[in-house]
Design a protein around this ligand. Structure first.
Ligand code: NAG
Ligand code: NAG
Ligand code: NAG
Ligand code: NAG
Ligand code: NAG
Ligand code: NAG
Ligand code: NAG
Ligand code: NAG
Ligand code: NAG
Ligand code: NAG
Ligand code: NAG
Ligand code: NAG
Length: 451
C-alpha cells in the first residue's frame, strides 16, 4: 500500500482531511482500560513523503491509518478483513473529507494504539472509499462532533452519543482520569539521509528533549470543531503579510483563524498569501494544469529560499525551506521525444475549498508547517460528555535551527540533483507538453470539496 512509484504524482494528492456528515444507528455498552505509553512505543511514520501513519488494531485486525488532527472519526477499510466486533449496526455513515470519501456501517470493536486500548470504540467499517490509495483508514484526533457523534445522537440521543460516540483519543482520556490529556507529535522530514523520516508521537506524555513544550505560549482553541488557532501574523522575508479580515465572525480583531491539520499535506492559504510567498522566489512560475500536484507555483529546484514564518501567541515559528517545495519527476515531450525532468512544486497552496462548506477558518496549517514544530495538543478540561465545553489549547516549540537550514537545503538539493532526473527551469517546463502517460491520470484538485 505504500507509494513507491516515482510517478504516483497524482494519487499522492489525497491526504487531506475534514468534516463529515452523517447517517445514524444504535449500539453497545462500554467499560474502559488503558495503559500509559511513550514516544518510542507508538510508531509514527511517513509512507510516501507526505502523509503520517500509525498502526492500530481494530477487533484483532491490523490497519495502517492516517493520523489526522483535522477530523474526529475513525474509519477503517473492513473489506476482506475479519474484524471481531463488540457490536454492529446497519446504519450507514459517510465520512467526507476535503479530498476523499469513506462510507460504511457504524460499528464497534476493541481498538489498540500502542499501549492504549479502548474496549468498544465506535468506527465506520468502510465498504466503499474514494481517493484513499495510501491508507487503510483514518484516525481522527479532534473533537467529538463529527459524523459518528452526530449519528449516534440522531438515533439514540445525546446521552448515548456521549457514552458511545466519542473519538478514540477522547475515550482514552475519559477512561483514565490520571492520564494527562495531551498528545504530541514531531513530524519527521524525509531526506535522502533519512528516507523514513524520524517522527515522534506520544499520548499523555511529552517526548524526551521536548519537556519544556509546557513553557511555550498556550494557544487556545478558538472554534469548537477543530484544532483552530488565532494566527497573529504570517511573515515573508521579515514583512507582515496583510490578510483580509477573517471570514469567521467573532475571530479576534486583526487575526485570521488557522486549523492545525496533520492530515493535510499541503497547507492551503488564501490565494493572495500563497502568491505573496512564492512570487518572492526568483524563477518561480504560476502553472495551470489539471495534474493536481503541478497546478500552482513551480519553483526552480535549486532556489534561493524565501523566509516564511508564522507567529502564534507572540512566538515566531519559522518554516524550514525544505518544506516550501516537493520535487516530482515528470515525463514531458521535449522536441518530439519523451524525457523525464524534475520539477519542484509549491507545498503551500491557494485555498480552494468551497467556502460555503468550509467557513470556520481562513487557512490550514498542514504538514508543511507542522514538520517545523514539536506540537502538543492538550484537551485540558474538555470532557467528551460536554463536547462544547472546556478550554483545549496547543503548545509548540520550533524545531528549526535557522542557522543550519541553508546547509541542509543545499545538501538535499545536491542529492536530489544526483538521484532524480535533470532539473528544469519552471519557465521552460511550462512551455513543454506533459507526456500523455501523465495526462491520462485522474484529474483531481487539491483540497477540492467532493460531492
Ligand atoms: C448492540 O446494538 C444493538 C442495537 O443495534 C443493541 O440493541 C444492543 O444492546 C447492543 N449490544 C451490546 C452488547 O451492546
Ligand atoms: C492511567 O494513567 C496513569 C498516568 O499516566 C498511569 O500511571 C496508569 O497506569 C493508567 N491507568 C490505567 C488503568 O491504565
Ligand atoms: C519510553 O520508553 C523507553 C523504553 O521503552 C524509555 O527508554 C524512554 O525513556 C521512555 N520515554 C519516556 C518519554 O518516558
Ligand atoms: C506497521 O505495519 C506495517 C504492516 O504490518 C509494518 O510493515 C510496519 O513495520 C509497522 N510499522 C510500525 C512503526 O509499527
Ligand atoms: C498484527 O501486527 C502484530 C504486530 O506487528 C503481529 O504480531 C500480528 O500477527 C498481526 N496480526 C495480524 C492478524 O496480522
Ligand atoms: C475470524 O476471527 C474469529 C475470531 O478470532 C475466528 O474464530 C475465525 O476463524 C476467523 N475467521 C477467518 C475467516 O479468519
Ligand atoms: C521520498 O523522498 C526520498 C528522499 O527525498 C526519495 O528518495 C523518494 O523517492 C521519495 N518517495 C516518493 C514516493 O516520492
Ligand atoms: C526550551 O528549552 C530550550 C533549550 O533549553 C530553549 O532553547 C527554549 O527556549 C525553551 N523553550 C521554551 C518555550 O521555554
Ligand atoms: C481580499 O479579498 C479580495 C476580494 O475577494 C481579493 O481580491 C484579495 O485577493 C484578498 N486579499 C487577500 C490578501 O487575501
Ligand atoms: C530536435 O531534434 C532534432 C532531430 O533529432 C535535432 O536535429 C534538433 O537539434 C533537436 N533540437 C533541439 C533543440 O534539441
Ligand atoms: C521516466 O522514468 C520512469 C520511471 O523511472 C521510467 O519508467 C521511464 O522509462 C522514464 N522515461 C524516459 C523517457 O526515460
Ligand atoms: C460544559 O461544561 C462546563 C463545565 O462543567 C459548563 O460550564 C458548560 O455550561 C457546559 N456546556 C454545555 C453546553 O453543556
Amino acid at each position: 500500500m505504500l507509494f513507491r512509484s516515482m510517478f504516483s504524482v497524482v494519487s499522492l494528492l489525497s491526504s487531506v482531511s475534514f468534516y463529515c456528515f452523517i447517517a445514524s444507528g444504535q449500539n453497545t455498552g462500554s467499560s474502559f482500560t488503558a495503559r500509559v505509553s511513550n514516544a518510542t512505543k507508538i510508531g509514527l511514520f511517513d509512507s510516501d513523503n507526505i502523509s503520517y501513519l500509525v498502526n492500530i488494531t481494530v477487533g484483532g485486525e491490523n490497519f495502517t491509518v492516517l493520523l489526522d488532527t483535522g477530523s474526529s472519526d475513525l474509519w477503517v477499510d473492513g473489506r476482506g478483513r475479519n474484524i471481531t466486533f463488540t457490536n454492529t449496526t446497519s446504519i450507514a455513515v459517510n465520512e467526507r473529507y476535503g479530498v476523499g470519501l469513506a462510507t460504511g456501517n457504524l460499528a464497534f470493536a476493541g481498538v489498540q494504539l500502542g499501549d492504549f486500548y479502548v474496549p468498544s470504540q465506535a468506527f465506520v467499517d468502510a465498504s466503499y472509499t474514494e481517493d484513499f490509495a495510501g491508507t487503510q483508514g483514518i484516525l481522527g484526533m479532534a473533537f467529538d462532533n463529527a459524523a459518528i457523534y452526530k449519528t449516534v445522537t440522531a438515533f439514540w440521543g445525546k446521552q448515548a452519543a456521549d457514552e458511545l460516540g466519542g473519538a478514540f483519543i477522547t475515550n482514552v482520556f475519559a477512561q483514565n482520569k490520571s492520564l494527562p490529556n495531551n498528545f504530541d507529535f514531531d513530524l519527521g522530514r524525509v531526506t535522502f539521509e533519512d528516507p523514513a523520516g524520524t517522527s515522534l508521537f506520544t499520548i499523555g506524555d511529552h517526548a524526551p528533549g521536548f519537556e519544556n513544550v509546557t513553557q511555550a505560549p498556550k494557544l487556545p482553541r478558538v472554534a469548537t470543531d477543530h484544532w483552530t488557532l488565532a494566527l497573529d501574523e504570517m511573515r515573508i522575508n521579515g514583512n507582515r503579510f496583510a490578510f483580509n479580515k477573517s471570514i469567521v465572525s467573532g475571530a479576534p480583531a486583526g487575526k485570521v483563524l488557522a486549523v492545525l491539520d496533520s492530515g493535510f499535506s499541503f497547507p492551503p492559504l488564501p490565494t493572495a498569501a500563497a502568491n505573496a510567498v512564492y512570487s518572492k522566489i526568483s524563477g518561480a512560475v504560476l502553472y495551470n494544469t489539471s495534474v493536481d500536484m503541478l497546478n500552482g507555483w513551480l519553483i526552480p529546484c535549486d532556489f534561493s529560499p524565501v523566509n516564511l514564518s508564522f507567529i502564534l501567541g507572540g512566538m515566531e515559528y519559522p518554516v524550514h525551506p525544505l518544506d516550501l517545495f516537493m520535487p516530482f519527476p515528470v515525463p514531458i515531450i521535449d522536441n518530439g521525444t519523451e524525457r523525464n525532468v524534475t520539477v519542484c512544486a509549491s507545498t503551500y497552496r491557494a485555498l480552494d475549498l468551497d467556502p460555503s462548506a468550509f467557513n470556520t477558518f481562513d487557512l490550514i496549517l498542514g504538514d508543511a508547517f507542522l514538520r517545523s514544530v514539536y506540537a502538543s495538543f492538550d484537551y485540558n478540561d474538555y470532557t467528551p460528555t460536554n463536547n462544547t465545553g472546556g478550554s483545549p489549547f496547543v503548545q509548540m516549540l520550533s524545531t528549526v535551527d535557522v542557522s543550519s537550514t541553508k546547509a541542509q537545503l543545499d545538501a538535499y538539493v545536491s542529492a536530489l540533483r544526483a538521484q532524480y532526473p535533470p532539473f528544469i527551469e519552471p519557465s521552460v517546463f511550462v512551455t513543454k507538453p506533459l507526456s500523455p502517460s501523465l495526462s491520462g491520470a485522474p484529474k483531481k484538485k487539491a483540497g477540492a470539496v467532493r460531492g
